[in-house]
Design a binder for this molecule. Structure first.
Ligand SMILES: Cc1cc2nc3c(=O)[nH]c(=O)nc-3n(C[C@H](O)[C@H](O)[C@H](O)COP(=O)(O)O)c2cc1C
Ligand code: SF4
Length: 466
């Protein structure tokens, strides 16, 4: 394990770093997490949503990347919140102002759309799903997408520029484009899904033209110095043997890559840097191999860092690594070994929004760990409930559950060390009472104990949209 002392003595996580002209106070970013149920129908953020991000900024994250947001609803018509228009901007302004108060920067993640991976319960509400080419819909192969026309692509490009311009004017610091996981940008970027013969297909340059045109539109509307990050998977881990749901290549398995492989990923990285992107976030996987894009408990910590390191070797712009980096020593190691410039934490910050502060102040043992159960994902996708976390019920309800200190201290006895008992004891103790927790079993934890045990692949805990 490499550990290096740094300028302020807090370790490599707490060195400042810049994306374009935007300086982060440390190298810890919050990875984009879709805030299902916390966005109003007009695309504005609810106060609950702002409070949720605010808690992660208060906990010390240097950059908050918001969950993905759509920019248009004319070409790809979907149910759900509309893209954020003028009326929604006040909430984004409030978000930026609140996060800046704690020294955090905010980038809004924007998506081109779903294309062939629109969820099963949307399929019947959409006339004809769209994509880069005519493709079977992932969840219902009997339905085919239709190929977007060049005019429709232009309409999406323009919408990106308009939304980004508005966000920049209300104080948002930058944009991340969601080019990952087989969504619409990725359907354009990947040969197996892009069979176009016009200028948006063919070579890597042609397949990335859509993303690069979006970059140029954003810079035109938001300013040349407004940073734009591109997030993509360097490798898809899609099995050539049996392409289909849950057929991805797992660690230790060999298999012919049916999607993007590393060599082409690196060519993309070089091209994106040359085109003017200010940073690259390196992931892996797609819907066919979601064990990478959404690594469950049986994936190693830092499971995608090798891909970030390969990218860092070929570009000069900052590289953001992601994927089970919530063990502080693992995150520090990535930076100390110069495998990436910034580490992004997704679920680690749902489970414990104060992870950065605890690491900085010597409180690592008090970090509440993410158990990799994917209840958070299930809530927002299958259950369509507001975002929350199995081990942190205050997640998504920060204001409601914020504990005020009490005037008269009581002695409280909590019977039962399961999830409810532990949370009751923790909450009561955090308000200043004396608590004793009683449990007959030899270990506290209740249902969390089996929930934290690895599950076989394809099980409901990692089933995503299913
Ligand atoms: C509930 C949930 C929602 C997510 N939403 C998004 C999203 O909107 N955009 C995105 O690029 N990734 C999304 N992700 C993936 C995360 O950004 C991250 O890449 C992944 O969780 C792995 O990082 P972690 O191990 O630190 O959680 C989501 C993940 C979860 C669990
Ligand atoms: S719900 Fe489970 S996977 Fe999601 S953040 Fe919480 S502990 Fe981690």
């Amino acid at each position: 394990m490499v550990r290096k002392g740094t300028v302020d003595g807090f370790g490599p996580l707490f060195e400042p770093v810049s994306i374009g002209g935007v300086q982060m106070q440390n190298r810890i970013a919050m990875a984009p997490i879709r805030t299902g149920g916390l966005v109003n129908p007009d695309g504005s953020l609810t106060q609950r949503c702002i409070d949720y991000y605010l808690e992660r900024a208060r906990g010390g994250a240097g950059l908050i990347i918001t969950g993905c947001t759509r920019v248009e609803n004319t070409v790809e018509r979907l149910p759900g919140p509309t893209p954020p228009g003028f009326e929604a901007m006040a909430s984004y302004g409030e978000l930026a102002e609140s996060l800046h108060h704690y020294g955090a920067k905010v980038f809004v993640q924007l998506t081109a759309g779903l294309g062939r991976v629109l969820p099963p319960d949307f399929i019947d509400t959409v006339n004809t799903p769209v994509s880069s080419s005519v493709l079977p819909v992932f969840w219902k192969g009997s339905i085919m997408t239709r190929e977007l026309t060049a005019d429709e692509i232009q309409a999406i490009v323009q919408a990106f520029g308009e939304v980004a311009g508005r966000l920049a004017r209300v104080g948002v610091d930058g944009i991340e484009l969601h080019g990952h996981e087989g969504y619409l940008f990725d359907q354009f970027a990947t040969a197996v899904w892009n069979r176009r013969t016009d200028r948006y297909g063919g070579s890597v340059e042609g397949r990335l033209r859509f993303a690069v045109e979006v970059l140029n539109a954003v810079k035109k509307e938001a300013g040349a110095d407004f940073p734009v990050v591109y997030q993509f998977g360097l490798k898809h881990y899609m099995s050539g043997r049996s392409p289909g749901p849950w057929s991805g290549i797992l660690p230790g398995e060999s298999g012919e890559e049916a999607g993007r492989d590393v060599m082409e990923g690196l060519e993309m990285a070089r091209h994106l840097e040359k085109a003017g992107f200010d940073a690259l976030q390196i992931d892996a996987g797609c819907f066919e191999s979601r064990y990478w894009a959404h690594p469950p408990v049986y994936q190693e910590h830092a499971c995608m860092v090798d891909l970030a390191a390969k990218t860092k070797a070929v570009v000069d712009v900052p590289v953001i690594a992601v994927g089970r980096l919530d063990i502080p020593e693992a995150a520090e190691d990535v930076l100390a070994r110069r495998q990436a410039d910034i580490i992004a934490l997704g679920r680690g910050l749902l489970a414990d929004p104060h992870w950065p502060m605890k690491v900085r102040s010597g409180g690592r043992s008090r970090i509440r760990p993410c158990i990799g159960c994917h209840y958070c994902l299930r809530r927002i996708s299958q259950d369509r409930k507001p975002l929350s976390c199995a081990v942190n019920p205050a997640c998504g309800r920060e204001r409601l559950q914020s504990a005020g200190y009490v005037r008269s201290v009581k002695n409280v006895m909590v019977i039962g060390g399961g999830i409810g008992g532990m949370e009751a004891a923790r909450t009561v103790a955090s308000r200043g009472h004396h608590v004793e927790l009683y449990e007959t079993a030899s270990q506290i934890g209740g249902h969390l104990l089996p929930a934290a045990v690895p599950t076989p692949r394809g099980s409901p805990s990692c089933a995503g949209w299913r």
